[in-house]
Design a protein around this ligand. Sequence first.
Ligand code: AGP
Length: 611
Amino acid sequence: MCGIIGFSGNKRAPARLLMEGLKRLEYRGYDSAGIAWQLRAKLRVRKRAGKVDELWDELPEEVMLRAGIAHTRWATHGSPSDANAHPHTDGPERIALVHNGVIDNFRSLKADLEKRGHVFRSETDTEVLAHLISEHCNGSLEEAVRTALRLVEGTYGIAVMSADEPGKIVATRRGSPLIVGVGDEGSFVASDAVAMAGRADEVVNLEDGDLAVLIGDEHRILRLAGGENHQAIWSALDLPPTVADKQGYPHYMLKEIMEQPDALEDCFRGRIQRDSGTAKLGGLQMEPRDFLQIDRVRLLGCGTSYMSSCVGARMITDLARIETTAEYAPEYRYSNPIVDRNMLFFGVSQSGETADTIMAMREVQRKGGRVMGIVNRVASTIARETGAGIYIHAGFEYAVASTKTMLNTMMALLLFALLVGRMRDLSLARGRELIEEVEQLPEKIRQLLVLRGDFREAARHFADSHNFYFMGRGYSFPIAMEGALKLKEIAYVHAEGYSAAEMKHGPIALIDESFASVFVIPPDSVFSRTFTNLQEVRARKGPVLSITCGDQRTEELADYSDQVIVLPETDEILTPFLTTVAVQLFAYEFAELRGCPIDQPKNLAKSVTVE
Ligand code: AGP
C-alpha cells in the first residue's frame, strides 16, 4: 500500500504541485519518498528513505516540470532505503516508474533481464518493471507498457514516463487503485483522489485492465489488451482542498476521535424511522421479501473492521435473529467457504481497498454468493465491485489508526440489524427504544470526551507497564480486542485482547504485578462473570484499569481496581459506541505520553492494498 501520483501539465508547473499531492498520500505509507520529472530530453530523479517533507527539503527550489511522477512507500520487497525508494528507472534512466502492488514473478523476470545485461540497483520487485518496459520500448510508451505487462504476474498500479516522450504519462492498474483526474492545470493520476483535491475537477476510477495516457489535459482511457475503454465513467471531484488539515489538534487521530459525535450523527441521520422503529437503507437495493430468505450473514473484514464486524455480528444475531459471524477476510478466503443462496455477505472496509477483504469477497462471488459493501470511501473498489451496500459517512479519516470509522461501521451494522429485525421478531417498542438510545449517543460521546483527563491519568499510572491484557465479555469482548490493537498500533506496547472468560484457560499464567489488565466491564448481562475474572486477576496482584458505564457498580470495581473510569450509561447493545471511544482515548494518551508518531506509526499504513 504505497501512494503514487503523476501530473502532466498544459504548461510547466512547480514541483510543489506534485509534492502537495504526495503529502496527502502519506497515510498510505511513509518509509521513503521520491519524485521524477522530465527536463529537456532527460529524466531527473530525487528519492530517499524518510518522509515526504525530508525529500521536499532536498529538492532544488526552482524545480519546474511539464510532467512528473512521485511516490511514498510502504516497503514490501527490500528495506526502506534510498536505493529501494521509488521512482525506479532502467539502466540508461530513459524510463521512470512508480508502483503500488506486488509483482509475484519478479525474480524470474529479473534473472532473464540480468542475462540480457540489465544491471539492477535495488532489491525491489518494482525496478524489474522499469527494465522490462525499457526492454520493449521500440514504439510508443503505452505499447511498451502493454507488451511488458503481459509477462507480469501480481498486482500493480503504475505511472510511467519516458525521456523520449516529453509530457506523457502512462498509467495502468491490476488490483491496486488508480484514479485519473483533469483540471485547469492538466491531468493527474493518483492512488487516491485526495491527492488531487482542489486541483482536479473531474475524475474517473480506473478499473483493472484500463490504461490511461495523459499529455497535459489530453487524456485517453484505453484498455491494456488494446482498444479504447468507452465505459469510463467520469464524475465531479467533491473533496475540499483542505481535507487534510488538523484544525488545531496535535494529531489527526485526536481530531478524528473528537469528530465522532458528529460523524455518528452523519451515519444515522435520515436512516432511522422513529414511528415504525426501524431503519431505512436504500443502498442495499433489496426488497423486504428479499430479506426473508436470508438465514445467514457473514461479515468479512480485517483489523479494526473485523472488530466492528464482531460487534455487528452480535447485533444482527440479537436483533434480527439471523445467524451472523464476523470472519477474518484472508482466513475466510482460503477456508473453502460454504456459500449458498440464503446467505448474505458484507465486505467491511473503511477504505474499500483492503486487498485481503477484496480477495475474500471475490472468492465468495466466484462461488455465486451475494456480496455487499460496508465502506467509508465512496467509489472505492469494494463500493464499485459490489454496487450495493451501506456507506458509513464518517468523512475522510487521515490517521492510520481507525477511530470514527469504527463507530460508524458499527452504526451501519446496527441499522441493518434494526431494519431486518423489524421485518422479523423485533417488536415495535424495542425498535423505538433502541432508536431513542441511538439518538442520544452523540451527546453521550461528547460527555465521554470530556473525561480525557481520566485517561491521561490512567496512561500515567500504567506508563511503566510493558504488557497488557484487554478483557471483556459479550459486546465488550471485541472492544477489548480493539483496545489491544490500538495500544499496539500507536504506542508500540504489547497488548492482547481476550474474552475475560479465557483468562483461566492459560493467559492468567502471565499475571503478576508487572502485567496490567484493562477490563471493559459495563453493568451488562455478563457483568458478574467478568467481575469474577477481574477479581481472579487482582488476587494475583495484577494491576487493573476498569472501564464501566454508569455508577451502579463503581464501588465494587474500585475495591479491585487501580482506577475506575465511568462512562455514561446506555443500552447493553450500544455500550460498544462508548467503550470503543474509551479504549481509543487510553491508547492515544499512552502514545502521547511516550512521544510516539501517532498519526503515522512505524511499519503501518492506512490502506493495505497488498495481500
Ligand atoms: C486499524 O486502526 C488499522 N488502521 C487497520 O487494522 C485497519 O482497520 C485494517 O487495515 C482494515 O482497513 P479497512 O477498514 O480500510 O479495510
